[in-house]
Design a protein around this ligand. Structure first.
Ligand code: HEC
Length: 170
């Protein structure tokens, strides 16, 4: 008989899964959920651009990260630690005075839909922008970050990207 085997398999499987979930809670982490201080922000073109940014990007690209309850529980905690660390390193609007980089790519990431990252959207429906909001937000990002583009390694791409986006909108 095949049925008892499956029953046993699922029992062993769920017990192992449960034990693994308990064990990974003890993986030590050096990540601090205390947000570092805000030392400087870009010159936003409009309050709406900043508001949308904080809604859709701020958890990983600012020092104003909001940590929901499930963010304390592994494996979610381990996943988001990496995202926040990496995200801030690439592009952090709260330390714009120290390192103003990544801004030029921001509008493009939004238009392409590659930011915010998919897994985040699953838990944050408010970060899911519709096409019209995306276009408006991307334009706001471009206006905001054009001013600081001289600090950006890839500043040369700005004009090219803008042309591309105008083409797409036609
Ligand atoms: C869940 C965390 C998370 C969210 C939310 C998020 N990002 Fe990111 N972002 C990352 C990570 C991690 C990286 C670096 C690794 C990579 O490129 O995939 C990154 C990289 C970037 C870069 C590249 C910077 C560079 O220097 O190359 C830009 C620009 C960016 N994100 C913009 C945005 C914008 C704009 C939003 C909001 C619409 C956003 N991100 C939302 C995690 C996030």
């Amino acid at each position: 008989m095949i049925k008892p085997f499956y029953k046993k398999f699922f029992k062993v499987f769920s017990i192992s899964l449960f034990i693994s979930l308990v064990i990974i809670q003890f993986i030590p982490s050096s990540f601090s959920r205390t947000n570092p201080p805000i030392t400087g922000e870009p010159a936003w073109d409009a309050p709406a651009t900043r508001a949308t940014f904080m809604k859709a990007c701020g958890d990983c690209h600012s020092n104003e990260t909001v940590y929901p309850w499930y963010s304390q529980i592994a494996p979610v905690s381990l996943l988001i630690e990496d995202d926040i660390r990496d995200g801030r390193r690439h592009f952090n609007i709260s330390e714009w005075d120290k390192s103003a980089h990544g801004g030029d790519d921001a509008a493009e990431e939004v238009q392409k839909g590659s930011m915010p990252i998919g897994l985040y959207l699953l838990m944050h429906s408010e970060a899911n922008l519709n096409a019209a909001d995306k276009t408006k937000f991307a334009e706001g990002l471009q206006r905001t970050f054009r001013a600081s583009s001289e600090n950006d390694e890839e500043a040369g791409n700005t004009e090219h990207d803008e042309r591309e986006q105008k083409e797409e909108r036609k």
